[in-house]
Design a binder for this molecule. Structure first.
Ligand SMILES: Nc1nc2c(c(=O)[nH]1)N=C([C@H](O)[C@H](O)COP(=O)(O)OP(=O)(O)OP(=O)(O)O)CN2
Ligand code: ZN
Length: 127
């Protein structure tokens, strides 16, 4: 099995609804995002998939989050999920699962990790 990893980041504000502390107030982070893709077979170039293809798909999602107020992004906020690192990892996973699978047969999205700070991150994968 081969595994590819691509990293990106974005800056965004959020507030955690119901949080019993200062994270309920408006504040921001530079969020680091990591995509892991897996598959068993390489193409004629010796690639699982071109890193550029993963970077392009990730950029499409990240660009929508960059310099946003996450609570206002559809799927988050009062009628949706609290914008925690866990829920951001889930959100990005759901956005990327099908596009990644569409790059090439046998290639699947393995997991998404989201860092809220250098010391704390959450990972979502389907098991
Ligand atoms: N499991 C989670 N716990 C927390 C999340 C989260 O997304 N998932 N988020 C927060 C807040 O967003 C908070 O802003 C982050 O706080 P923290 O990691 O503590 O970062 P700080 O920069 O504030 O560091 P300190 O060491 O607390 O000063 C909280 N928890
Ligand atoms: Zn926060």
């Amino acid at each position: 099995m081969y595994q590819l990893t691509v990293n990106s980041k974005f800056s965004a504000a959020h507030s955690l609804c119901g949080y019993p502390g200062d994270c309920a107030r408006l504040h921001g982070h530079t969020w680091n995002v990591q995509v892991k893709v897996k598959g068993n077979n390489l193409d004629h170039l010796g690639m699982l998939v071109d890193f550029k293809a993963i970077k392009k798909l990730l950029a499409e999602v990240v660009d929508q989050l960059d310099h946003s107020f996450l609570n206002e992004i559809p799927g988050f906020g009062q009628d949706g999920m609290n914008p925690t690192a866990e829920n951001l990892a889930y959100y990005i996973y759901k956005k990327l699962k099908n596009p990644i699978a569409g790059i090439r047969e046998g290639v699947t999205l393995q997991e998404i990790s989201v860092w809220e700070s250098p010391d704390a991150y959450a990972t979502y994968r389907e098991e």
